[in-house]
Write a protein that binds this ligand. Structure first.
Ligand code: TXE
Length: 499
């Protein structure tokens, strides 16, 4: 197998680029990745320079303009995507361990990610088979209109660290299904699973240059975003970096698909199944260590049930097992790095200084087995005001900020009162409450009596500052395509033109 990540007998994995089908060993800078659970260096990632990014883009451009991939049948593309899905299944445990170790997420969560990733390759294969245009004859009996759906071209796929294999799989198979060629840039913190997946892609027989991997930090991402030879950037990451991608892309006005931050609220009405809701609120705030764009870090709870409900949420949060990411018993692992942990704790301290009450989670962890890593106990802070950063900014850690409400209108206004609009959750048994609230929420996804729960057939993306465009679903596939209208008249055109 042409696996690009190497696992030496001792010492860190060496992770590098795959450009035009060749593992490219750059002589330049490398980035050490320390496992968040142990602080040990587990991989060394090559940082692509401008020449390497340029080579990867040129390889993808050649493969698109001259190579066979955009000219394959959809059936051939679908067959390839199925082969990769099967190989991901074969290597599922290895991939899950790489992501758990480098992200710091619980192994059980990482295993779910890899199952989801294989499913996305299969779903993209199904979408490839449905790729189609349209025909029109409405312009008269001598007119034929053809609308061709074509691959958009060379795409740069910039992936964050919180779901490395899963988010790569929300992008790359859909691009390949459409007939695009690609350059993938994983996060500098979590490149190992992408490297292994590129080995599987080679084993599955993708022609050279169709999918290229460049590793490195934001500089590599910026070079891809500004490259005039790239037709589309699909980026997942922070809203601040998303804005930089928008600016960098203006040179050739490339298309953008941006999946940015979120700040979801769970709206818990008094008539809800409060037991289910409490479990979902604890889960929504801590899933994937709280480092999740569709995480649910805000609770809005109706006054009359708030005391008991908050007590139940706190009880559940205190039962969550914090532990080493690779321990299958662990429910909450280690945050991505020390600066991020300090930032997350800082939000809790700031809220406490602004009339917030820390109901649980403020105490430091004393377990010796966790002393080297970036761990924290999940926190619940009851707030009295909606203008504190804990309530308005993306904290991205296992922290829940709770506010009480007395009317449905107030709950909607609080939920919508942030710059983000990725997802929200409603808990109620009343159909009117559910439907009227779902329509009033300004977010791309609304969960009802469930949370963080949507199949890949449903388009995923954000309102407001949470993004541009959609991933997954038919709409996500179509982001990787262009439409070409061909207008044809038959017969002599005498008198048709005024000159
Ligand atoms: O993200 P960045 P970071 C949020 C979350 C987190 C914060 C910071 O709030 O605390 O972002 O995380 C690449 N041009 N999310 O700093 O910088 C980078 O190398 C092009 C939410 O890690 O957005 C990585 O591959 N690319 C999010 C990717 O962008 C650039 C998931 C994301 O990094 C670049 C992750 C540039 N100028 C963090 N600079 C979500 N939506 O789920 C960096 N990158």
């Amino acid at each position: 197998m042409n696996a690009t990540h190497t696992t030496p007998a001792t010492g860190p994995r060496i992770i590098g680029h795959v450009i035009d089908g060749v593992e490219a060993a750059s002589a330049g800078r490398t980035i050490d990745r320390r496992a968040p659970g142990t602080d040990e260096v587990v991989s060394q990632v090559m940082a692509a320079d401008a020449a390497e990014v340029g080579s990867a883009v040129a390889a993808a451009r050649r493969a698109f303009d001259e190579g066979p991939w955009p000219r394959t049948t959809v059936a051939e593309r679908a067959a390839f995507l199925h082969r990769v899905a099967d190989l991901i299944d074969d290597h599922a445990e290895e991939l899950a361990r790489l992501d758990a170790e480098e992200v710091g997420k619980p192994l059980t969560t990482a295993r779910g990610d890899i199952g989801g990733a294989a499913g996305l390759w299969r779903y993209a294969a199904a979408l490839a088979m449905t790729m189609k245009g349209q025909t029109f004859t409405e312009g008269g009996p001598d007119h034929t209109g053809l609308v061709l759906r074509e691959p958009i071209g060379v795409v740069a796929l910039i992936v964050p660290w919180n779901f490395p294999a899963l988010i790569l799989s929300q992008k790359l198979p859909f691009a390949l299904a459409a007939g695009c060629t690609a350059i993938v840039k994983p996060s500098e913190f979590t490149s190992s699973s992408a490297s292994l997946i590129f080995g599987l892609i080679a084993e599955a027989g993708l022609p050279a240059g169709v999918a290229n991997l460049v590793t490195g930090d934001g500089r590599a991402g910026a070079l891809l975003s500004e490259s005039p030879a790239v037709d589309l950037v699909s980026f997942t990451g922070s809203t601040a970096t998303g804005r930089k991608v928008v600016q960098a892309s203006s040179g050739n006005l490339k298309k953008l698909s941006l999946e940015l931050g979120g700040k979801a609220a769970q709206l818990v009405f008094a008539d809800a199944d409060l037991e289910d809701a409490a479990a979902a609120v604890a889960h929504g705030a801590t899933f994937n260590n709280g480092e999740c764009c569709v995480g649910q870090p805000r609770l809005l709870v109706e006054d009359q049930v708030a005391d008991d409900f908050l007590a139940e949420v706190v009880r559940r949060m205190e039962r969550i097992r914090v532990g080493q990411p690779l321990d299958p018993q662990t429910q909450l692992g280690a945050l991505i790095h020390a600066d991020h942990l300090a930032k997350v704790r800082g939000y809790v301290e700031d809220a406490a200084e602004h009339d917030g009450t820390v109901l649980t989670g403020a105490a430091p962890l004393t377990d010796h087995a966790l002393s080297a890593g970036q761990f924290m106990a999940p926190a619940v802070v009851e707030l009295t005001r909606a203008d504190v950063p804990l309530f308005t900014e993306e904290v991205f850690g296992p922290v829940l900020g709770a506010l009480r409400f007395s009317t449905r209108e107030e709950a909607i206004s609080l939920a919508n009162g942030v710059e983000y609009g990725l997802s929200n959750t409603i808990w109620s048994k009343n159909t009117d409450t559910v439907l009227d609230t779902a329509k009033a929420l300004r977010s791309g996804t609304v969960y009802v009596n469930t949370t963080i729960d949507a199949p890949p057939q449903m388009p995923f993306g954000g309102y407001k500052a949470s993004g541009v465009g959609r991933e997954m679903g038919e709409a996500g596939f179509e982001e990787f395509t262009e439409l070409k209208s061909i207008s044809i008249r038959t017969g002599k055109r005498t008198g048709a033109f005024p000159v």
